[in-house]
Write a protein that binds this ligand. Structure first.
Ligand code: AQP
Length: 333
């Protein structure tokens, strides 16, 4: 039987966080067993924030190397760079013309980003429509995403349904979201565990990047907010104990020990014990990941060949959908 298609993307906008790893990359690896996976480094999306030339090209190679180190296998899956497949921007324009202005104005991420950004460009507004083009080009069945992307996926479904209904044909597969199975869809910030951990956070004590050294990890976890329960109570409770729950989620995902088991192991222990365990396991985990990262990152010839191969494979699929769209709307002469 033909495998169903998974599509997901990641922006090369800086050092990835443990949130990006747990919410996206670790899932991407697992999904390769059951699905045909297409993964994209979303460099065009990254341009919605000003990027310095050398930084951007370095970040692209860094993110590709991290993907490979995380277990994305380019022999099983397609991994490619968004700007190398021109059909993304071509379909993007067409979908712009099928998207309601009001619907985009309602996007929460846009509203949040315009408060944080001095550079409020049209690309920032258009971001979810380019994302729609990314997903719909590959007739995607499911999209593994973090909770922050749920509203965007709903919009993609609306755009696809609208297009299909106007022309009375199933041009696009209507994709579904796939959330993380072990609470990893939203890793929270360390000092404020009610907001998402984000790589662009100005306060770097809020985030663990995949490149933080042991000492930095120790400091950041030591400062991480827990609560003042007395006696200390290591229980998973997202509503009342967001800081402790966030640490348990991170721990469970990097050790593959279930949250229930961790709760049992830390019964009657204090927050210092929990934090020490988190620190030791994070250091161990990230050191191993980085070793694999450096193996790929130092081999630019290999990276470049993966990039070329990925773009060729992705373009083959993207062309089929774009041609269907052109034929459907009358751009086929
Ligand atoms: N905190 C998180 N917990 C779980 N998943 C997360 N993701 C991001 N943050 C978390 C997931 O990572 C994938 C790639 O994200 P992205 O880099 O394309 O954009 P993003 O969601 O905007 O990630 P950041 O870290 O917040 O980046 P900046 O700060 O540049 O905007 C997505 O699947 C996302 O859900």
């Amino acid at each position: 039987m033909k495998k169903k298609i998974i599509f997901s993307g990641i922006q090369p906008t800086g050092l990835l966080t443990i949130g990006n790893y747990i919410g996206a990359l670790s899932q991407w690896k697992k999904l390769q067993k059951k699905y045909f996976c297409i993964y994209c480094i979303a460099d065009l999306h990254a341009l919605t924030i000003f990027q310095k030339k050398n930084m951007l090209s370095n970040n692209i190679l860094d993110v590709l190397s991290i993907c490979l180190a995380s277990g994305i296998n380019p022999k099983k899956s397609i991994i490619f760079i968004q700007s190398h497949v021109p059909q993304h921007t071509q379909l993007n324009w067409i979908l712009n013309c099928f998207t309601n202005f009001g619907a985009i104005r309602r996007m929460t991420q846009f509203k949040e980003k315009i408060y944080l950004n001095k550079n409020i460009n049209v690309g920032l507004f258009n971001y979810p429509i380019l994302m729609a083009a990314d997903i719909l080009l590959y007739q995607t069945y499911k999209i593994p995403v973090g909770k922050d992307q749920i509203q965007h996926i709903e919009l993609v479904r609306d755009i696809a349904n609208r297009f299909n209904n106007i022309y009375g044909k199933k041009i696009f597969t209507i994709p579904k979201k796939k959330l993380h199975e072990n609470y990893g869809s939203c890793i929270m910030s360390l000092l404020s565990p009610i907001k998402k951990m984000s790589k662009s956070d100005n306060n770097k004590n809020n985030i663990i990047t995949l490149f933080d050294n042991d000492l930095t990890i120790r400091k950041k976890i030591q400062y991480a907010i827990t609560d003042s329960d007395n006696p200390p109570n290591i229980k998973f409770d997202l509503k009342n104990k967001p800081g402790i729950s966030n640490l348990l989620i991170i721990l469970s995902n990097i050790t593959e020990i279930s949250i229930q088991k961790l709760e049992c192991n830390f019964n009657n222990k204090n927050y210092y014990d929990l934090k020490e365990f988190v620190i030791n396991n994070l250091c161990l985990f990230l050191n191993k990941l980085r070793k694999k990262f450096f193996f790929y990152r130092q081999n630019e010839i290999l990276l470049k060949s993966i990039i070329i191969d990925g773009a060729q494979k992705a373009e083959k699929y993207a062309k089929i959908t774009l041609e269907k769209v052109y034929n459907t709307i009358g751009l086929d002469i």
